[in-house]
Design a protein around this ligand. Structure first.
Ligand code: FAD
Length: 459
């Protein structure tokens, strides 16, 4: 039933070749292996995990990419538990800090306090947004009522039309920078609504308690992927960017720089923009090609700064902050139970990626000092990661699809290309944009291939 696989270093047989060893690819492999199919996972990077990536600061393992799981992210939670990883609550005790319009203030709750008029305006705009979110078909946003109209303007233009006050706009800009790694003006309104709908609404998107930021994986999120890959053993091959996929009526042939792998079917889990790094023969449809060209990845970078102690807690602060100026725009306290204090800072790639490591560090520390005082200028360790300038498969957390790109091209997210099924968090309905969505799409693509293999062997 399997086809022959030949590489310079190994000769095997596989039924299915999977491109990408992020959560989607590894979950697909896991499901296929459990049904007895032979599998190879080909990863371009020198590590598994994709947008989940572990760093180290002051001897503590930290998340440089994906970090949080919500109580409703059951697929990634189940997977984490299965490989022996545990969750830890996001620290959220104390007052948060805001630095908006040049003023520092402390507050409690998710939404930073603004003037009474600002509070009313924020509620008005959020309500209007939620109303539109409620109209979105989570499995096929482009088939929602009014989809064409919603895709014809950017999220930013919609805020303009709503006459959102500057304070509301500042907060929505933070949402946009975190979710799509881009400003509201760069993202289609339909695209934004699709992602908000996928993660259960704006409150679930922003909240810590009962929301998307409720828990972290204590061992780091990449460790979940690493342990799953360990179970898959030498089926996972690293350092092998896939350059070309050729298919005919019999099967697919996947070419990397150093190997040629044949299989009956393929699953490609690269984000839509990165599908364009692969040459397909026969070529992708015009729509599928358009998807890869228009769904560019946004970027969101991170710095992790370690101190002897979480000194801000002594001042009654949670370590959570939002700012509208400079490099850092959000911080969280990700300190371990016992050990140093660690602040995670979300950094705007436009004033971070591509700067020297020294300048990046200076910028982050300078800004942390405006939020937490001069103690923040004396860390015991520092690390960061620029997702926008990654040498392979750069960008994240999510694509920043501009107006018209969803109506025209999103149908190609999941439409199979002959013997190729697509997976990856972008192809999810519910939980698109999260690790949870990635796991679900890997499992779904595996099920589709299993059905195709059964049909083929029965005929
Ligand atoms: C800074 C940041 C913060 C985030 N925070 C969170 C969070 O808190 N919670 C959450 O749930 N999610 C978060 N995410 C999103 C989360 O990381 C992703 O949704 C999820 O990891 C996507 O998994 P995936 O398998 O679909 O894609 P990826 O992780 O991108 O995996 C795809 C893999 O394919 C590989 N690949 C691409 N092209 C090729 C090729 N040609 N040949 C071989 N291999 C290839 C890539 O190297 C990659 O390893 C965050 C992401 C970032 C970047």
């Amino acid at each position: 039933m399997s086809r022959s696989v030949e590489t310079r270093t190994r000769r095997e047989t596989v039924d299915v070749v999977i491109v990408g060893a992020g959560f989607a690819g590894l979950s697909a492999a896991d499901r296929l292996v459990n049904t007895g199919a032979s599998v190879m996972v080909i990863e371009g990077r020198d590590r598994v995990g994709g947008r989940s990536y572990t760093g180290e600061v002051a001897g503590v393992k930290v998340d440089l990419g994906a970090t949080w799981v919500s109580p409703r992210h059951t697929a990634i939670r189940d997977l984490a538990a299965r490989v022996g990883c545990t969750t830890t609550s996001q620290f959220a005790t104390g007052r948060n800090v805001q630095w908006l319009a040049g003023k520092r203030r402390e507050y409690t709750g998710t939404i930073p306090p603004v003037s009474p008029a600002g509070v009313v305006d924020m509620a008005r705009v959020q309500m209007a947004l939620e109303k539109l979110v409620g109209t979105i078909d989570v499995e096929a946003a482009w088939e929602s009522p009014d989809a064409a109209k919603l895709d014809s303007i950017s999220f930013g233009e919609w805020l303009d039309r709503k006459r959102a006050l500057p304070s509301t706009r500042a907060l929505m800009t933070l949402v946009s920078k975190v979710q799509w790694g881009s400003s509201p003006g760069d993202v289609s309104l339909l695209h934004a609504l699709r992602y908000i709908r996928a993660v259960g609404g704006i409150s679930h998107m922003l909240d810590v308690e009962n929301g998307q930021q409720q828990d972290r994986i204590a061992e780091t999120t990449q460790e979940v992927a690493r342990r799953l890959a360990e179970q898959l053993g030498d089926r996972v091959v690293l350092n092998s960017p896939v350059r070309r996929i050729v298919q005919d009526g019999q099967g697919v042939t996947v070419h990397t720089g150093t190997a040629t792998i044949q299989a009956k079917h393929a699953i490609v889990t690269a984000a839509p923009a990165h599908r364009s790094d692969i040459e397909f023969e026969p070529a992708l449809s015009e729509t599928a090609e358009g998807l890869t060209k228009t769904w560019r990845m946004g970027a969101l970078s991170k710095a992790l700064v370690a101190y002897e102690t979480p000194f801000w807690r002594a001042d009654g602060l949670s370590g959570e902050s939002v700012t509208d100026t400079g490099t850092v725009f959000i911080t969280f306290d990700v300190s371990p139970q016992d050990g140093p204090g660690i602040l995670m800072a979300f950094c705007d790639p436009r004033v971070f990626d591509g700067f020297s490591p020294k300048l990046r560090r200076e910028r982050v520390l300078e800004q942390l000092a405006t939020l937490y005082g001069s103690q923040a200028e004396s860390p015991i360790d520092y690390t960061d990661h620029c997702w926008g300038t990654d040498t392979f498969a750069p960008g994240g957390p999510n694509p920043a699809a501009p107006p018209y790109a969803t109506m025209t091209y999103a149908g190609a997210l999941t439409e199979p290309h002959g013997r190729i099924e697509w997976a990856g968090t972008e192809t999810a309905g519910e939980w698109a944009g999260c690790m949870n969505g990635a796991v679900l799409t890997g499992q779904r693509a595996a099920e589709r291939i299993i059905a195709r293999l059964r049909k083929e062997s029965a005929s």
